[in-house]
Design a protein around this ligand. Structure first.
Ligand SMILES: [Zn+2]
Length: 422
């Protein structure tokens, strides 16, 4: 068994009943942050030193603002401040002139709603009724047993148990809870010794190539339609005071749908890898390089087939790692430099990669392949020298199976099946 933690997002069902109390906690966390920020400045000005979280806790534990929150919640605020100061200090020592120390949390006379963390002593969980009792600070308690009672809701496939931490996070419109749970994952034997390569992009969100010559494409069509729709909607409603409530809701809806897409895709890919007896997946890591040697953005031209941003890559890859590790499958992040320029078949690297209608055409060896499949094959090769065993003819590599996501069923189907629907 492998012991690890998972963080689940939860919606607060009785939001109107608890939002005032959560506001109070969020404001208190900002105030305590500012008190500690002020203390740290004093120490820095006096003797050029930054207090660590231990010092902050012992110096401030009698402070009035410390008692606005549960002691563990206050401690977490001080730890966060100490962590940000430490990383600023390290950046400064590295000679990073642009690094700024953490600021005060204040906008004019208003305090923002900071994230509030409860640890185990401040949490009582009733898993049967999906309720969480979160302890209030001493100053805000009307009775010794006073607490905030949140009713929550998570994705249906999530089991909430062994909660280590609850974080209340203000998302700009309402509070939501992030539940950090300890989980034990049975480590299965890998489905097999095969390998697969994954290339991430935008036109095709994902391309995967397996040992037996099978290759699949996963277009991001749903995401693009969504984005188009929601972006337009947002322009219409954006007012002088920033995004309207309506625009915020649209943004949240978009983010939920995208979440669903990414979770479903990661799960589906792991299932496909089990079918192909894959024990190891290579995935091109684009968090490092986003520009080629000439400093040009990496893309295939004007057709919008740009690569994903680093953070988005990271998000999907982490989901894939979670789901793969439960089945004993390793995910290797590999440097994807040149994987889109190189012909998988003969290894020739082209200076100017010419791609016609999504096809990579190699003038030297005559290979004609779907460009993303070529990338996936090159990424696969980073972890194995064994060539694929199946039919690698041009026709097969030029026309890989495409799996489309259908919003109604919430699952992926090969294009043929989708085409049969009325
Ligand atoms: Zn070639």
């Amino acid at each position: 068994m492998l012991e690890t933690t998972r963080t689940y997002r939860a919606k607060i069902v009785n939001h109107s009943q608890v939002s005032d109390d959560l506001d109070q906690c969020g404001f208190s966390a900002s105030k305590l942050w500012n008190v500690a920020r002020y203390y740290t400045q004093g120490r820095w000005d006096e003797d050029g030193e930054i207090p660590d979280d231990g010092e902050l806790k012992s110096e401030l534990k009698e402070h009035e603002r410390y008692r606005d929150l549960h002691s563990q919640s206050s401690q977490r605020v001080l730890e966060e401040l100490a962590e940000s100061f430490t990383s600023w200090y390290k950046a400064r020592q590295r000679g990073d002139e642009n690094a700024n120390p953490p600021g005060y949390r204040k906008h004019g006379d208003e305090h923002p709603r900071s994230t509030v963390t409860w640890k185990q002593k401040g949490i009582k969980h009733d898993s049967k009724h999906n309720q969480l009792r979160l302890s209030k600070g001493f100053n805000h308690k009307e009775s010794p047993s006073d607490f905030i009672l949140c009713e929550y809701e998570t994705r249906p496939d999530v089991t909430v148990e062994n909660i280590q931490q609850v974080r209340a996070v203000w998302n700009g419109d309402r509070w939501e809870l992030h539940l950090v749970c300890k989980v034990e994952i049975p480590v299965e034997d890998a489905p097999g010794d095969n390998t697969a390569g994954i290339d991430l992009g935008i036109k095709n969100y994902l391309a995967i190539a397996y040992d037996d010559g099978d290759a699949e494409l996963y277009p991001g069509n749903v995401l693009k339609q969504d984005k188009h729709y929601f972006t337009r909607d947002e322009y219409d409603t954006e007012g002088e005071n920033g995004p309207s409530r309506c625009a915020l809701r649209a943004r949240q809806k978009l983010s939920r749908r995208k979440d669903h897409f990414l979770h479903t895709l990661a799960k589906h890919i792991v299932e496909r890898c089990i079918d192909h007896e894959v024990g190891r997946i290579a995935i091109g890591d684009l968090s490092e390089i986003r520009e080629d040697e000439n400093g040009e953005a990496r893309n295939w031209g004007k057709r919008g087939n740009k690569k994903l941003h680093g953070w988005e890559f990271d998000r999907f890859t982490r989901l894939l790692e979670y789901k793969a590790e439960e089945h004993g499958i390793l995910v290797d992040r590999t440097n994807e430099r040149d994987t889109s320029k190189t012909c998988w078949c003969c290894g020739r690297k082209r200076d100017a990669n010419r791609v016609e209608r999504g096809l990579y055409v190699c003038e030297l060896c005559g290979a004609t392949m779907n460009a993303d499949v070529n990338g996936a094959l090159n990424i696969r090769r980073k972890i194995t020298q064994n060539p694929p065993t199946g039919d690698m003819s041009n026709g097969r590599l030029a026309r890989p199976v495409a799996y489309l996501f259908t919003q109604t069923s919430g699952s992926f189907h090969p294009r043929e099946q989708v085409g049969c629907e009325p």
